[in-house]
Design a protein around this ligand. Structure first.
Ligand code: 6PG
Length: 242
């Protein structure tokens, strides 16, 4: 059976769907457990965060939620490139999630050391299943080159690393990154890939319809072992699907 693909008329409707899904999953979490939510950078999540703040802030028990990141750019937390900064400004500053439940990746630290530290921290705070931390909801984007998190076609081997997080590098800008690997992504209970806009149409079709070269794209390797994968698209990003 294929993975569910939901296509929306607008990013706003997509954001509404994601927010409802998030709120439902958090409320289903037993009271003695935390809900681990892994954030991504990117433009679609920014709209989603706005929706959560405007319409779901009071509907969610934020004391049950722990917040992580699936990737970070190696810059300080106040840099405009920082995924943490984007999430803080658009989400975290506006919801009552305890500061002790926010686990940012230190983009300003040494990338290799930080990947190891963050993986260790992730493993301590997220429920272990078969010895590997199982995120409750892992948000991902899809780059125009087929990347996901910060695993690019040129370093796709990071996807199958034995480590939970790895240092990475953007192939064009050479910006250093830290990224979750497939080991942690595919252990998740629920992975949601969000992609909007015409510029994503060709890659979305390549990955979902398994067109020539699809298996060389990091996004095509996302396949939760015991969990679910849902694609959230808009009409434009879905326009080349068969
Ligand atoms: C990052 C991301 C990255 C992103 C995609 C899609 O930090 O760059 O986490 O994987 O999700 O590039 O980004 P857009 O939503 O902006 O297209």
């Amino acid at each position: 059976m294929g993975n569910p693909i939901k296509i929306f008329d607008s990013t706003e409707e997509l954001a509404q769907y994601f927010s409802t899904l998030l709120a439902d999953r958090i409320s289903e979490t037993p009271d003695d457990r935390y809900f681990s939510w892994v954030l991504s950078g990117g433009s679609t999540p920014k709209t989603v965060f706005g929706k959560i703040v405007s319409s779901f802030r009071d509907a969610i028990d934020w004391n049950k939620v722990k917040i992580f990141w699936g990737d970070e750019r190696c810059v300080g937390p106040d840099d405009k490139e920082s995924n943490y900064k984007m999430a803080r400004e658009n989400l975290l500053d506006h919801i009552p999630v305890p500061a002790s439940s926010i686990f940012r990746i230190y983009g300003e630290a040494n990338p290799a050391a930080e990947a190891a530290r963050y993986g260790e921290q992730f493993g301590r705070h997220v429920n272990l299943v078969h010895g590997i931390p199982q995120a409750d909801l892992f948000m991902l984007g899809l780059g125009e080159d087929g990347h996901t998190a910060s695993i690019f076609p040129s370093n796709i081997e990071l996807f199958s690393s034995r480590n939970l997080f790895e240092p990475s590098e953007h192939p064009l800008t050479k910006q250093k990154r830290i990224t979750a690997t497939g080991r942690v992504i595919n252990q998740s209970k629920l992975v949601v890939i969000l992609a909007t806009g015409q510029s994503k149409a060709a890659r979305v079709a390549q990955v979902i319809n398994r067109l020539d070269g699809w298996d060389q794209l990091p996004a095509a390797r996302v396949s939760p072992e015991d969990g679910e994968l849902i694609w959230l698209l808009d009409r434009m990003s879905a326009s080349s699907l068969k």
